[in-house]
Design a protein around this ligand. Structure first.
Ligand code: AGP
Length: 606
């Protein structure tokens, strides 16, 4: 959703801002705009639609060494040019780009209208521009602070003042903003991917922090105007990480990266000798880990489904009660927070509003929450008490793939560490550690079957509706399979426990409704086979995702087989084919795979 870029330095700002906006496209947006500090004051260009349409609409001459840019996902007000950002003050002097929501914007707007101000958009952001412009102070910093004192809500803001074109003032509260430090130039972005082409030296702003950036550097400070001396850190990210690198789609690139990315994630985190995991980032010693009596995983969408895989791993390896709940529901039901429960927030982006609010709810009530997060320095990563970084690298496609696999690995490491301070024997710990180390190669083996899986996917793309079924370990895989299929193919896909089919949905089965059945070689194999027979007997087509040892399915043809790992870890590997099925079905349908309609990469609004 919404994205911010800003630049001040010796180069022409407009091309740098545009390049940044192209980098932010993957987050999802419906309009875009920039403001450049030119010799004739602030010049603002906005456009509904894609960034390339904004680029086409830019005036030929747009020279200026500082500016701000934005991709907007409509919340307050329709998708119109007027509502796109930057929003400007009535006199055109102040320009503002904003991620987040100003809760008291309506009230402030009324007050300002009462004082004679007129508004040209329906946005909450325009209120901020007006407040800043009205503030009497000489310095832009003071005017921004004055406005912040009047607003409530979440924000990442970047502000320019045509009277002070040498500086940009930025502020955050519950929404990420990162400074990029260059050589006599400074960059600002809400996402590292918009910075990585220019610098790897960055400063993550904390909640409540502000910064003034000029060509010669930056100053960070608090709302109380105290300097908050920040040292830039170096990020381990290359420009190629956010490029297509010869692939047609990011989704496929990211699926294919998994053997190397998972190998990188596991490196150094397994202690094979003692059959356990090294998770220093959790900030929890063995005694503290032993003190917890249950776990609750909190995430949204696919992250919630992987949370279910994680809960099973914890129950199996650590024999502790564990469950997963959508963070979007948890935060609204006044949850009982138990002191001996470890809450685990799981998120690729680390910016999902529902998950971030769930973290705050746990913390507000004195609970302990750790994060399984991919984006370093993101809101959720910062707000948790500790955590496990997923190290999947940037994920650009809206449909999450590699980050989910890394979440599965993160949960396996956590379950192993919890198990080994309880009753999991050293031999079993070593067995799981070896299973984890075997996963990258096994993922490569699944990916080697891509042509056959693509063929099956193309045949599934013809169906208007599908079932994905599984039981216990296979069920979260089925849920993720249905989710991924829906997301990128726009086909209806529904996940069911195989055991529940006979209680109703079997009525829908006929030759037009295929079923993808997740059938691990485990103690439920026989029962899964029975469900498959029931579907076949009613003329339904079944595509099993299974293990080589399930001989009964080997004869059926059109199976997808994945290598067998340890029973507890099997769901992680069984998920790889559902990624390929969704990708290739969408490809067969000729859809915009990386940017499915109506969806955003990180859902930063409720
Ligand atoms: C996954 O393919 C989806 N795009 C979506 O369900 C996603 O997993 C969910 O929005 C959570 O995102 P997060 O991991 O960034 O928190």
């Amino acid at each position: 959703m919404c994205g911010i870029v800003a630049y001040v330095g010796s180069q022409n700002a407009a091309p740098i801002l545009m390049e940044g906006l192209f980098r932010l496209e993957y987050r999802g947006y419906d309009s875009a705009g920039i403001a450049v500090m030119t010799a004739r004051g602030s010049q603002v260009c906005k456009q509904v639609g894609r960034v390339r349409e904004l680029e086409a609409a830019l005036p030929r001459r747009l020279a200026g060494k500082a500016g701000i840019g934005h991709t907007r996902w409509a919340t307050h007000g329709a998708v119109t040019q007027e509502n796109a950002h930057p929003q400007v003050s009535e006199d055109g002097r102040i320009s503002v780009v904003h991620n987040g929501i100003i809760d008291n914007a309506m009230d402030l707007r009324e007050v300002l209208i009462g004082k004679g101000e007129t508004f040209s958009s329906e946005t909450d952001t325009e209120v901020v521009a007006h407040l800043i412009a009205r503030s009497g102070g000489d310095r832009l910093e003071d005017a921004v602070l004055d406005a912040l004192g009047q607003i409530t809500g979440t924000y990442a803001l970047a502000v320019t003042d045509a009277d002070h074109p040498d500086r940009i003032v930025v502020a955050t509260n519950g929404s990420t903003l990162i400074l990029g430090v260059g050589d006599r130039e400074m960059f600002v972005a809400s996402d590292l991917s918009a910075l990585v082409r220019h610098t790897t030296s960055v400063v993550h702003l904390d909640d409540g922090e502000l910064a003034t950036v000029t060509a010669s550097g930056f100053r960070t400070f608090s709302k109380e105007q105290e300097n908050t001396a920040k040292t830039p850190v170096s990020i381990d990210l290359q420009a190629e990480d956010v490029d297509l690198g010869g692939h047609q789609h990011f989704m496929r690139k990211e699926i294919l990266e998994q053997p190397s990315s998972t190998e990188r994630m596991l490196r150094g985190r397994l202690d094979e000798r003692y059959g356990t995991a090294r998770l220093d980032g959790l900030n929890l010693g063995p005694r503290e880990l032993r003190g917890f009596r249950r776990l609750k995983m909190l995430g949204c969408g696919s992250a919630y489904y992987v949370g279910q895989i994680g809960a099973q791993l914890v129950e199996e390896l650590a024999r502790m009660p564990a469950d997963a709940e959508p963070a979007s529901e948890f935060r609204y039901r006044n949850p009982v927070i138990e002191p001996d429960t470890l809450y685990v927030a799981v998120s690729q982006s680390g910016e999902t509003a529902d998950t971030a609010f769930a973290v705050r709810e746990v913390k507000r009530k004195g609970g302990q929450v750790v994060g399984l997060v991919n984006v370093v320095g993101s809101t959720i990563a910062r707000e948790c008490d500790g955590g496990i970084y997923l190290h999947a690298g940037p994920e650009i496609a809206v449909a999450s793939t590699k980050a989910l696999t890394h979440m599965g690995l993160g949960f396996a490491l956590l379950a192993l560490a919890l198990g080994r301070v309880r009753d999991l024997s050293i031999t079993d710990g070593q067995r799981i550690a070896s299973g984890l180390l075997a996963l990258p190669d096994q993922i490569a083996q699944v990916l080697a079957d891509e042509p056959a899986i693509a063929e099956i996917a193309a045949s599934l793309a013809a169906a208007r509706s599908l079932f994905f079924i599984g039981r216990v370990r296979g069920f979260p895989v089925a849920r993720e399979g249905a989710q991924k299929f829906k997301e990128v193919t726009y086909r209806h896909a529904e996940a069911y426990q195989a055991s529940e089919l006979k209680h109703g949905p079997l009525a829908l089965i006929d030759a037009s409704l295929p079923t993808v059945a997740v059938v691990p070689d485990d103690e439920l194999k026989g029962r899964n086979l029975t469900a498959i027979e029931q579907i076949a007997a009613r003329g339904g087509r079944v595509v099993p995702i299974t293990h080589p040892g399930v001989a009964e399915l080997a004869a059926r043809g059109a199976n997808i087989t994945v290598p067998k790992n340890e029973l507890e870890l099997d769901p992680i590997l069984l998920t790889i084919p559902v990624q390929l099925l969704a990708y290739h079905a969408a490809h067969a349908l000729g859809l915009d795979i990386d940017k499915p309609r109506n969806l955003a990469k990180s859902v930063t609004v409720e």
